[in-house]
Structures are given as C-alpha cells and as structure tokens.
Design a protein around this ligand. Sequence first.
Ligand SMILES: [Mg+2]
Length: 329
Amino acid sequence: MTERTIERRRKAAPHADQAPMLVAEPPSKKPATRKKSAPTAPVKPFEKKVIALVYDFDGTLSPKPMQEYTFLPKIGEDPKAFWAESNKIAKEQGADGLITYMHLMYKKAKAKGVRIDREDLVALGRDVELFPGVESWFDEIAEYVRIAAETHGITLRHYLVSSGLTEIIEGTSIYPRFHNVFASEYWFDAYDLPYPKRVITDTGKTQYLFRINKGVENLGDSINDHMPETVRPIPFSNMIYFGDGETDVPSMAVMRKNGGYAVAVHGPGKQRQKCVDLFKAGRCDFFAQADYRRGSDLFRRTCLLLDRILADIRVREEMWRLEKAAAKA
Ligand SMILES: [Mg+2]
C-alpha cells in the first residue's frame, strides 16, 4: 500500500480506525516516521478508545543493542571495546553519548574502507535477534483485546520509541507492526560521513510519549502548543510503556505520573535484579522476563493492565453518556 493510498484513506474516513470491533491496525510497509498526517483532531471523551502500547527496542524487544548484531561485526569491531571507546570519548569531550557513538561507527567504517549506506543498514536489520514470542505477540495481544473488548470499538496501536537506529529497525520483521516508529536516524550524503539527523536520548523519549498522547505524530508539528487534557486523543491512562532499565526511567516516570502504566522486562538470569530495583523504586507497575509468548508472565501481566484500561474506557464512556443525559434533564 503506498503512502498516498493510506493518506487518501485517512482523508476519506478520518475515524476509520475507531470503527466498532477490531482493533489491531493492519501491518503497513511504509517508513512509519515519514507519515505526513495532520495532527489528530481533538476527540470527545467517549472517543478515547485507542490503546497504545509503546516499546523501547534494545534490551526490551531484542536482547542486545541492535548495533551489536549488525554494524559492529560488519566493520570488525568488538562491541565491548567499541562502547568503552565511545563512552570514553563522550566523557572526555563532554559530548552527548548517542551522537558520539553514531559518529564513531561511521568514522571507523570509513577507516576500514567499508561503505554502509541506508539500504545496507536496513538489510542489516534482518539479523537483529528478537526475544522469544515477539513476532507472534502483536497478533496474540490483538486477539486478547478483540475478545476482552467485545463489541466495544477499541483500536490497539503499537509504537516504538528507541535511541537505536531507524534504518536497522526498518529491516526487522516486526517493523510493519508499528503504527509509528520514533528512533534515531542518519542523514546520508549530508557531509563526508553520514550525520546524525535525529538523536533520541533517554529524556528525549518522553517527548514522543506526549506526541502519541496529543496525536501530534508528525515531527514537523510542534509538540509544545497547549492542549487541554480533555481533548488529547490517547490519554496516558490508555498507554502502557515497555522498557528494560535505567535508560527507560524518564519514560516510565512520565507514564506513571500521568496515569499511564509501565512494565519493565529483563533477559534471563542476573538481569532480573535491575527490574526488581525499578519495581522497588516505584518506576513500574509490573516486571517480567522478556518472554512475549502467550501464557508467559509478561503476557499475563500485560493482559491484566489491558483489562484495567478496557474497564476504564467503559466507565468513562458511561459517565459521558450520563452527563449528556443529565444536561438534557
Ligand atoms: Mg533498552
């Protein structure tokens, strides 16, 4: 489906994605961040029936930083040594850690005489490993919501907010599952070396939570204009954020402070402790091993949160009906 087709459809039926019953939006092949959609029109309380599941990528959907599967092996770099060098430079120079690594990767590739274009990065995305069950998760969760929501007209969306690279994510099998992907990105052919075009830091991630909340997903539109809570299309209470650690603390804090939910995930073994710490510090509602298969703790706990969100939506809609009736009386 071309971008133009999607645009035309959206114009013809602006609320088509809020039609009764199901739920998960169909996978699309387009680069999600290039969407030129206008800001979503303000919605009435009873129309707030979009549920957004928002994911971090590295360590949350995939066991290791995505560069370790792809870019670094291609240029013959040992991941541990690379990150140590990158962090050392950033510290010495007082530079942003993400900009430093994005620059260093290409500097090293150039030194080795390896050219990696946008298409190469996308192709490398196919080698990124995903946690068990991630590929089936989207259908399984959609099925759960479809049954739990009954005929209640709920739309389920998945978003990715990652400090990793858009190009690599585009190459993964799950890319079409996301309504939108917000990730760091390169500007190719801008200069001698590809230049960071967009860098999403830990705290910068929170901006994208507000973009989802306010329906201002086009990056060309300012997120800072005031929008009263009552007209924001996806309330935080309809959102769950999935992250894996320290770098997700600002996002988890924003979610929970605004009435949303946060789930921390961990790899097998010792990695559990960081989630225990997050839980004890009140950063997340639940934590679980990053096993996305149906019936896992993560699946079950996510469904519990979805039950609560669905009940909340029903309560709000009933209140809205009552208010309308009361106004006439
Ligand atoms: Mg992470």
